[in-house]
Design a protein around this ligand. Structure first.
Ligand SMILES: NC(=O)c1ccc[n+]([C@@H]2O[C@H](COP(=O)([O-])OP(=O)(O)OC[C@H]3O[C@@H](n4cnc5c(N)ncnc54)[C@H](OP(=O)(O)O)[C@@H]3O)[C@@H](O)[C@H]2O)c1
Length: 160
């Protein structure tokens, strides 16, 4: 069972601003949807709330597991008190792959705790202002796949 991160990162490491994503790339939404569909998705409480703001509901077709220390609860989502507990809950579905879908705090902890096997990284060829960042993984991770598009690239990294 693989644990994978999926993230879109600007050239300057920015992934978010004001609990939103500072670009609009429909092709990346489609890629995110196709890649994660049917798989359990783990996310921080703030990312879950930003999804609720956009869609009005949790991501369809995927179990949402929300990591929160404050006991946050929402219909249609499962809450976990830690990232490891979230992974344990996701494993109960017996999926071939579990996705960690953000945000900055959750990505950083997943990488630090060595929970991650692969990173699906959309490199956005912009450098917007932001307040949420993804670390530079180029020294510890190997790029194993790359698809260049106009304004962005789909990359996959595996642990070196
Ligand atoms: N570009 C992308 O691909 C992408 C993807 C996802 C998100 N984002 C962006 O990232 C930003 C949000 O990231 P963020 O770092 O502010 O928030 P976040 O990681 O989504 O959520 C943070 C919350 O998660 C909970 N949490 C964190 N660590 C925990 C732990 N060890 N145990 C239990 N709960 C824990 C806490 O919730 P409580 O406060 O409830 O305790 C914390 O406030 C937004 O701007 C969003 O748009 C970008």
């Amino acid at each position: 069972m693989l644990v994978s991160i999926i993230v879109a990162v600007a050239e300057n490491g920015v992934i978010g601003n004001g609990n939103d994503i500072p670009w609009y790339i429909p092709e990346d939404f489609k890629y995110f949807k196709a890649t994660t569909m049917g798989k359990p998705c783990i996310m921080g409480r703030k990312t879950f709330e930003s999804i609720l703001e956009k869609l009005g509901k949790p991501l369809p077709g995927r179990t949402s597991i929300v990591v929160s220390r404050s006991g946050f609860e929402h219909e249609g989502a499962t809450t976990a008190g830690s990232l490891r507990e979230a992974v344990t809950i996701a494993q109960k579905e017996n999926p071939d792959e579990i996705f960690i879908i953000g945000g900055a705090q959750i990505y950083a902890q997943a990488l630090e705790d060595n929970l991650v096997d692969a990173i699906y990284l959309t490199r956005v060829h912009q450098s917007p202002d932001g307040d949420a960042f993804f670390p530079d993984v180029s020294s510890e991770w190997q790029e194993t796949s790359r698809e260049d598009h106009d304004g962005f690239s789909f990359l996959v990294y595996q642990k070196l």
